[in-house]
Ligand binder design. Structure first.
Ligand SMILES: Nc1ncnc2c1ncn2[C@@H]1O[C@H](COP(=O)(O)O)[C@@H](OP(=O)(O)O)[C@H]1O
Ligand SMILES: [Mg+2]
Ligand SMILES: [Mg+2]
Ligand SMILES: [Mg+2]
Length: 358
């Protein structure tokens, strides 16, 4: 079968792989160049550097496409120390495969050009045309804690996710490795057992392969969700952060569903990848406030990867995630990702506990 998005997929995977090299360098350093954003959330030199490298690769290959990316360069324009730390990282990060590096368009010419590249991620999003969405480090809090994080990239066409790629440097390569909340800390031994690249193309299925530092690994496998025959043997996969997902509501939902196992708490879209390959079961993200709007870059790649692996993804009102209304999921509230066969059952209990009339 020839893929409808073969070139987009190859570039996206290589761009994520290159950005992951940069984030891993920062992950292993004590000083991560952390600054606090206006909303008090953290961002590091790894986030800025990874965003610059990914946008540069996209613009070299698809110059007409728009980009919605999480970070902006405003603070770097006035903080020359931070800017030069990022530039040192960006100019010295390449794939160790010349052909692959050439495909990504080579190096960014200067530190100033790097700032402009970062700011090319400022599209407003919307319902028409080709729009890439980037989360250069998803789970920055996990990244700082030494836990899970993901480099996330997706292509939207007319609001629909067509290609999704997640690089998860601290997840085990082995699709059948059991989920554990502390896998991030084990991942420091760089012996090839950690680092996975999840991908999906709409209507073409989802795959995983080892995350490498050069050309794409040929060792790509189809992934699929694990069927849930018995709810009492299942468990939820949820955010580590109590401020990102309501943990007391999820405990009530688990009880009503007959789930007795503790939730696996994991940062980032590594949750979507983990349930897509059957290492976890159900991803719940329950609103903690009426005003917070989920960001499209936090969900686009994971939404497609889970659906292509046999899952269903909706919000707590049972609506599919709508990536066509701008930079946020303004039309949605929370996320429920589960194997398609049990999604309706989980949704019904979520609605009962949250008092949502179906
Ligand atoms: N109040 C809130 N509710 C839900 N998500 C939030 C939130 N505040 C921040 N986030 C998002 O939660 C993401 C991390 O998800 P998780 O909690 O599943 O690890 C963050 O991504 P970044 O780390 O890229 O900023 C951020 O966008
Ligand atoms: Mg952030
Ligand atoms: Mg994020
Ligand atoms: Mg981020």
């Amino acid at each position: 079968m020839t893929s409808n998005y073969a070139k987009e997929l190859e570039i996206a995977q290589l761009a994520v792989q290159r950005a992951a090299i940069l984030t891993k360098r920062v992950f292993h350093e004590k000083a991560k160049g952390t600054v606090s954003k206006d909303d008090k959330s953290p961002v590091t030199i790894g986030d800025f550097g990874a965003q610059a490298l990914i946008i540069s690769a996209l613009k070299a290959n698809f110059p007409q496409d728009e980009v919605v990316a999480e970070e902006e360069a405003a603070e770097l324009r006035t903080n020359s120390d931070l800017q030069s730390q990022i530039w040192e990282l960006v100019k010295s990060t390449q794939l160790n495969d010349t052909a692959a590096e050439t495909l990504l368009g080579g190096a960014i010419p200067s530190s100033e050009a790097m700032l402009d590249v970062i700011d090319q991620g400022n599209s407003k999003g919307g319902k028409t045309g080709r729009i890439w969405t980037i989360d250069p480090i998803d789970g920055t809090k996990g990244f700082l804690r030494g836990g899970q994080y993901a480099v996330c990239l997706a292509l939207l066409q007319d609001g629909d996710v067509k290609v999704g790629v997640l690089g998860c440097p601290n997840l085990p390569v082995d699709d059948s490795a059991p989920l554990s909340a502390d896998i991030g800390t084990n991942a420091k031994d760089d012996d090839g057992k950690f680092g996975v690249l999840f991908s999906a193309v709409q209507a073409e299925g989802a795959t995983s392969r080892p995350l490498t530092t050069g050309a794409l690994s040929r060792d790509s496998k189809k992934i699929s969700m694990k069927p849930i025959a018995d709810m009492s043997a299942a468990s939820f996969c949820e955010s580590v952060e109590a401020g990102h997902s309501n943990q007391s509501d999820s405990a009530k939902i688990a009880e009503k569903l007959g789930i007795t196992k503790h939730s696996v708490r994991m940062d980032s879209q590594a949750k979507y990848g983990s349930i897509a390959r059957g290492a976890g079961d159900i991803y719940l993200r329950l609103p903690t406030s009426k005003t917070y709007q989920e960001k499209i870059w936090d969900h686009a790649a994971g939404d497609l990867i889970v659906r292509e692996a046999g899952g269903q993804v909706t919000d707590t009102l049972g609506r599919r995630l709508d990536f066509s209304v701008g930079r946020t999921l303004a039309s949605n509230s929370g996320v429920i990702a589960a194997p398609a066969a049990v999604h309706g059952q989980v949704l019904a209990v979520v609605q009962e506990v949250l008092g949502i009339k179906a």
